[in-house]
Design a protein around this ligand. Structure first.
Ligand code: CTP
Length: 403
């Protein structure tokens, strides 16, 4: 299941403040069983120590074209790599790679490979938006280079804007999909994902909520975006995500239903990751309920079953995905929901297990397909789970396609 295990990855680190995050990328890759060969540019040495990277990677840091034990290190590294990732990639490295310059070990290795390349830019907003950088990125993309776009947030020197290196987990997910050969299998596919838990108001200040963090929904949305999909998230949570993903913010089950109804009819794939409240107060008190009025009696009524309604009116060829949070009879309950709601697949997790489900960074799931097949994905970070879910979505889409 883990597409990183036993794979050879060249991790290029260029000279930007985000170089420290490359250490975390390296650690996650090695933890997943990959062989990581690190290359640091001369400038990267100004930001992090090579000893740290050498200690965490699978071989010592390479920097020079000339003082390596091997006489032609760039061809050895470039030919042996199954994927090359550059994180962070500065404007200079991006420009050199786009122009085919090979003035140092990193750029020479990039030119000397036939492996997929993942570029993770990090720079100030003014640089990221400069026409030269914009056109270099477009050129690299047109050659099939995978770009993991920077996020918005705090930059070096305290500035705010787009240019911050993507999350290490998103970078690892992009490497993983590049290795699984599925990196653009959702090109142009319209994907709708719901994320987070709904909140049903009781009065002006109180709500009925649940523990969903939205992490799994966002991981799926980001993985779909990186595989080329046009992604919309209908979300109850405020989380940073990749540029290019549209977000519709909602709070209640009814608002989620209204937003989903706008997008679902024209979506190729709908993934209901959200934890939607099953019940809501019949009446919402306009002001705040005061303590001195005594313990309130709150009468609940069922909310609309969004996924059930989607299943009942599913356009042909749409892939509909549900989630099932269970504590008992996982497979049996999930299969029941799949049939009742007319789904193509359902992702079931045992939320009573350790480090699984709501709020955690990890999950362990069983993907049950309408064909009866089920795929168990052992405990992994939510980006790895997202890759497995999208691999199944992709398979169902291929099976739907007329021969
Ligand atoms: N869902 C929905 N609308 C609701 C409730 C749930 O669309 N009002 C979706 C969730 O997004 C999820 C799936 O349905 O994809 C979960 O199915 P459901 O049968 O509602 O699961 P539970 O709420 O866990 O049901 P139960 O309490 O019966 O286990």
């Amino acid at each position: 299941m883990n597409s990183l295990h036993g794979r050879t990855i060249v991790l290029g680190i260029s000279g930007g403040i985000a170089a420290y995050k490359a250490v975390e990328v390296c650690r996650q890759l090695v933890d997943a069983g990959a062989h990581v060969a690190p290359i640091m540019t001369e400038d990267a040495h100004r930001f992090i120590g090579p000893v740290t990277v050498s200690a965490l990677a699978s071989e010592p840091v390479h920097t020079s074209l000339w003082d390596d034990a091997s006489p032609i290190p760039h061809t050895r590294l470039g030919q042996n790599a199954e994927v090359i990732v550059v994180a962070p990639a500065t404007a200079r490295v991006i420009a050199a790679y786009a122009m085919g310059l090979s003035h140092d070990l990193l750029t020479a290795t990039l030119i000397a490979t036939r492996a997929p390349v993942v570029i993770c830019p990090a720079m100030h907003t003014e640089m990221w938006e400069h026409p030269a950088v914009v056109s270099n990125i477009a050129l690299l993309r047109s050659r099939g280079v995978i770009i993991v776009e920077p996020q918005s947030g705090r930059l070096a020197g305290g500035d705010l804007g787009t240019g911050r290196l993507a999350d290490p987990a998103s970078i690892v997910a992009a490497i993983s999909s590049a290795l699984s050969g599925s990196h653009r299998d959702l090109e142009g596919v319209r994907v709708l994902v719901t994320a987070g838990g709904t909140r049903e108001p009781i009065d002006a200040v109180r709500v009925i909520a649940n523990r969903s963090s939205g992490k799994q929904g966002y991981a799926i949305a980001e993985a779909a975006h990186m595989r080329g999909a046009n992604v919309t998230i209908v979300s109850t949570v405020d989380r940073a995500t990749l540029p290019g993903i549209s977000i519709e913010s909602v709070e209640t089950a009814q608002q989620m239903m209204d937003a989903v109804n706008c997008y679902a009819p024209t979506s190729d794939v709908v993934i209901m990751t959200a934890a939607v409240a099953d019940f809501r107060p019949v009446q919402v008190v306009t002001g705040k309920i005061k303590k001195h009025d005594g313990v309130p009696q709150i009468t609940l009524e069922p909310t609309v079953d969004i996924l059930g309604a989607l299943g009942a009116s599913k356009p042909s060829n749409q892939v509909l995905v549900g989630f099932a949070a269970e504590t008992d009879n996982l497979l049996e309950n999930a299969q029941g929901k799949l049939l009742r709601k007319n789904l193509d697949l359902i992702v079931a997790n045992d939320v009573s297990a350790d480090r699984v489900g709501f709020g955690h960074d990890t999950n362990e799931v069983t993907i049950v397909l309408a064909s009866g097949e089920s795929i168990h994905v052992p405990l992994a970070d939510k980006h790895t789970i997202a890759t497995a879910v999208l691999d199944s979505v992709s398979r169902v889409r291929t099976a739907h396609r007329p021969q």
